[in-house]
Design a protein around this ligand. Structure first.
Ligand code: APR
Length: 242
């Protein structure tokens, strides 16, 4: 596949090899926490302390995780000018820690918080999760800058991701079931605009057999390691002939 403007859409599957469970696989997070009770903004507002039990577990998984070779390969493909943007549904910051710089966090991130009542912003510094929920000075519950179900996607990120999806000629879709809109719309936008969709997922997703042009049914680390190796080989062949 030749490409002049490739982007990547990633989901929880790309971080599984970093030790962070995804959501919908057998051992996924939703097998432990019912998303109806933990993933909706209404559930958070009814019982923030309860939802924070899951958030603290996620936070400790992120703290103990490191970027894996899939994240690192995407960062290297960005440095070599092939990948122009990574749109991620993940909130673990592993793409940035791997060195990717143009990252759109479609579902927000966990690097800072805000009060859900007065919107005051808080950094993570000095924040202890001994009492849940952590409270703002106004008495309201703090929440991370993540997007709960029932909330909108951060507008700037949404617009840049949609623009890039309409402009790309290749979209790598890595480690997502593509079961949550509007992120799952991005491969369809790319496809309608004439892009090729390359899916990397050992399992099937909502895109497989419909939107996907090429499905590499392997774990992200192995697939992206091989893609990076092929790109490097191709480039050195071209340099040798020049
Ligand atoms: N490499 C590549 N893909 C993998 C790997 C791996 N090592 N391990 C699992 N997968 C695949 C699974 O087969 C599955 O299709 O990753 C996908 C993960 O799907 P989900 O658990 O549904 O995660 P995701 O698609 O990111 O969920 C989207 O839903 O719960 C919300 O906000 C949450 O951002 C999340 C959104």
């Amino acid at each position: 596949m030749q490409s002049r403007y490739a982007i990547a859409l990633t989901g929880a599957g790309i971080s599984v090899e970093s030790g962070i469970p995804d959501f919908r696989s057998e051992e996924g997070l939703w097998s432990k926490y019912d998303p109806m009770e933990y993933a909706y903004i209404d559930s958070f507002r009814i019982n923030p302390g309860k939802v924070w039990n899951m958030l603290v577990e996620m936070d400790s998984l992120f703290a103990g995780a490191r970027p894996n070779e899939a994240h690192l390969a995407l960062a290297e493909l960005e440095k070599s000018g092939i990948i122009k943007m990574v749109v991620t549904q993940n909130i673990d910051s592993l793409h940035q820690r791997a060195g990717s710089s143009n990252v759109v966090e479609f579902h927000g991130h966990f690097r800072s918080l805000r009060c859900d009542t007065c919107l005051r912003a808080y950094t993570r510094k000095g924040l202890a999760f001994d009492k849940l929920p952590p409270l703002c000075s106004c008495g309201g519950p703090m929440r991370p800058e993540i997007v709960f179900f029932g909330e909108g996607i951060p507008r700037a990120g949404y617009l840049s991701a949609v623009e890039a999806a309409g402009r790309c000629d290749l979209m790598l879709v890595v480690g997502t079931s593509a079961s949550v809109a509007p992120a799952s719309e991005l491969p369809r936008i790319a496809k309608r605009a004439g892009a090729q969709v390359l899916e990397i997922n050992p399992g099937k997703s909502e895109l497989s057999g419909r939107i996907t042009d090429l499905h590499i049914a392997e774990p992200a680390g192995k697939a992206l390691r091989n893609i990076l190796k092929t790109v490097k080989e191709r480039r050195s062949q071209i340099e040798e002939t020049n």
